[in-house]
Design a protein. Structure first.
Length: 363
């Protein structure tokens, strides 16, 4: 279960951001904005401007701290996130210790060196197999070149270390050195899942978007940023996503004999649903997401539906109920649950009071 806590004021927000580490990424609705260097005094100007813009001036109504991020829910509906960067300030000894960790895991295979001109254009790339003694020399040279600080900026990733501005050769090219396994890095990049919102999905969400207290499009970007879709592989995927903050109102509630029940068709749906006239929606930090894999590209998934909730359950008139056993479970669930009645989401002329489902004696 993900651990998170609410922050009470701007001072707590700033302190929590500094606790993330020397470098933090700033993103708005999953769009990268900048990387802040919180340790180097040369970067304090940008840090103060960023803090003024998002923490002090624009206004947020909720701030949440988790292990690797501080998230601000802005008054305008944006989600601003300060997350731990994979850049660190390391001493030579700390960098060598990281390399030894890779070596113990069998990840010490090659060193990838590539050059960049001043304009950032990549010039050439080479791959060199190195033993530990050679790697130690590369790191030693890195710390003795140029600005001889006890700590230097290094990007630490799962399979690699990246040394920035390791050398400037006679052609005025910056040399970047990556120590790690290149094919694993490529494989990680290739496995990125693309989420597609069709016009049909957007039309469906227009009816239900008021169930969310944050724009649902921002929540989709947030889920992508957090890697919630990385492991999907089935043709049809149903999942419940936990957020570190409330995202909307679930319409599903448990019912008792005192609830007044009606049945009706929701807009853009052909089947009947069960509603309670005296039930109440409640705030929730979970979202049900349903995806369908593309026939043409296995790394592309279409969004079928998403709504605030924690139960993945079909309704009795849905055509994709597989067998009697599944139907039995569906009926048992809806015997004790109903949706809260919202006239704006329902075709009012379809309202009936008698149960329209087969097996209604069980329902």
């Amino acid at each position: 279960m993900k651990k998170f806590m609410y922050l009470n004021n701007s001072n707590e927000v700033v302190n929590a951001i500094y606790e993330l580490g020397s470098f933090v990424w700033v993103s708005v609705n999953d769009t990268y904005i900048s990387e802040l260097d919180l340790e180097n005094t040369c970067g304090w100007g940008e840090v103060m401007v960023t803090f003024d813009e998002y923490i002090y001036n624009k206004g947020y109504y909720k701030a949440i701290k988790s292990d690797l991020a501080v998230t601000l829910l802005m008054n305008n509906g944006d989600i601003v996130e300060f997350s731990k960067s994979n850049n660190e300030y390391l001493t030579k000894e700390e960098a060598l210790e990281k390399v030894k960790e890779f070596s113990k895991q069998g990840k010490m295979a090659m060193v990838n060196i590539f050059y960049n001109e001043y304009d950032g254009r990549e010039e050439s790339r080479s791959y060199i197999d190195m033993d530990m003694d050679q790697v130690e020399k590369v790191l030693t040279d890195y710390y003795e070149y140029g600005w001889k600080a006890s700590k230097k900026c290094i990007a630490v990733r799962e399979n690699s270390l990246c040394l920035y501005n390791y050398s400037l050769d006679d052609k005025n090219r910056y040399c970047h050195t990556v120590i790690g396994i290149e094919n694993e890095l490529k494989e990680e990049k290739q496995n990125k899942i693309k989420i597609i919102q069709t016009n049909k999905f957007r039309k469906y969400m227009e009816v239900h978007k008021k169930q969310f207290i944050l724009p649902y499009k921002n929540l989709i970007k947030y889920m992508q940023l957090k890697g919630e879709f990385k492991q999907v592989k089935d043709k049809f995927v149903e999942m419940v996503i936990d957020f570190p903050f409330d995202i909307g109102y679930t319409q599903l509630c448990e019912i008792t004999s005192g609830h007044k029940i009606v049945y009706a068709k929701r807009k853009n749906r052909d089947i009947y649903s069960k509603f309670t006239l005296n039930g109440r929606s409640r705030l929730i930090n979970k979202c049900v997401v349903v995806l369908k894999q593309s026939f043409e590209n296995p790394d592309e998934y279409y969004l079928i539906t998403m709504f605030p909730g924690e139960h993945i359950v079909k309704e009795p008139q849905e055509r994709n109920i597989k067998d009697k056993e599944e139907m039995k479970k569906v009926l048992e669930f809806w015997n004790n649950h109903a949706l809260t009645f919202n006239p704006k989401e329902i075709n009012l002329e379809s309202i009936i009071y008698d149960c329209p489902f087969e097996h209604k004696s069980e329902y």
